[in-house]
Structures are given as C-alpha cells and as structure tokens.
Design a protein around this ligand. Structure first.
Ligand code: FES
Ligand code: FES
Length: 161
C-alpha cells in the first residue's frame, strides 16, 4: 500500500490530501472530507448506486473508484447542488413529487439524474429509467423519482419555482 498525494476539485474547491492507495473515492469523500451524502449501501460492491457522485461529468459509483484514479478529477457531490438556501431544481422536484421516502438512496439518485440532465436537458422516460438503472431504491417504486426528474428537466417547470 502506498501513500498518495491527491488533488481534486470537489464542489468547485480545489483540495489536496495524502491518503493510502487502498482507499476509494467514497471513503475519502465521507471519512476525510465530511461529504456524507454519498452512502455505502452495498459494502462497496458496485451494486446499489447509493454512493453515486459525478466525476469529470459522469455519474460513477464512488465505491468502485480507487482514490488514485480520482487524482486531478473534478467531483460533484450532493452537497454542492444547492446554492446557499436555494435548492437545486432536482432537489425541489424530488420534494414536490414525494420522491423521497427513507432518503437513503436519494443523493445517489439525484446525482445520476443530474449527470443525465447535464447531457440531455429534456430526456425521455426511457432515458431517465436507463440513467437511474444502477440506483436501487427499496421504498419509492421509482415512479415518483422518474416524475421528479422530468419535472426538473428543461421540459418541466421546477426551474421556475
Ligand atoms: S456503495 Fe453500493 S454501489 Fe457503491
Ligand atoms: S427512498 Fe428509501 S431507498 Fe430510496
């Protein structure tokens, strides 16, 4: 195991830190940086999507990214979405549609949705389903989450609220 010097831009801020090469991006975000929105829902097996963050514009399972692979990367987490007290349109839409129940999966789902909307501002239902396919939710049955993503898209009207 090596000690690595890592530099990343997280939610717009450049950070440098030393960490051992066995750590994942999820470990570092949660345990060293205090960004606990991303969750470990499956013991780092890459199966639940609760740990999803955006890395260089793409939604990734942060439990599957060794920290060395994130050196130099631009990372967005759920904590970076709101603008002060003003929630992001996706966050507003999830609340408005009742797409949050226990909330464990929500940060990961929202980051997958954000990566989709960055790429496809007005996605179809099947594009939304595909983007959320790696995010497991035990509570909501997905319907309301899909509705929320549609509401937050440029075809919806959550941006006006
Ligand atoms: S913790 Fe489940 S996919 Fe990462
Ligand atoms: S809201 Fe509970 S797991 Fe999705």
């Amino acid at each position: 195991m090596q000690t690595l010097s890592i530099t990343m831009t997280v939610n717009g801020e450049k950070v440098s830190l030393a960490c051992t090469s066995n750590l994942t991006l999820l470990d570092v975000l949660r345990d060293k940086m205090g960004f606990t929105g991303a969750k470990d829902g499956c013991g780092g097996e890459g199966e639940c999507g609760a740990c999803t963050v955006i890395m260089n514009g793409k939604a990734v399972n942060s439990c599957m990214v060794f920290i060395g692979q994130a050196d130099g990367a631009v990372i967005e987490t759920i904590e970076g979405l709101a603008n002060g007290d003003e929630l992001h349109p996706l966050q507003k839409a999830f609340i408005e549609t009742g797409a949050i129940q226990c909330g464990f999966c929500t940060p990961g789902v929202i980051m997958s949705a954000k990566a989709l909307l960055n790429r496809v501002p007005e996605p179809t239902e099947s594009e939304i389903k595909e983007a959320l396919a790696g995010n497991l939710c035990r509570c909501t049955g997905y319907k309301k989450m899909i509705e929320a993503v549609r509401l937050a898209s440029s075809g919806g009207d959550a941006n006006d609220r």
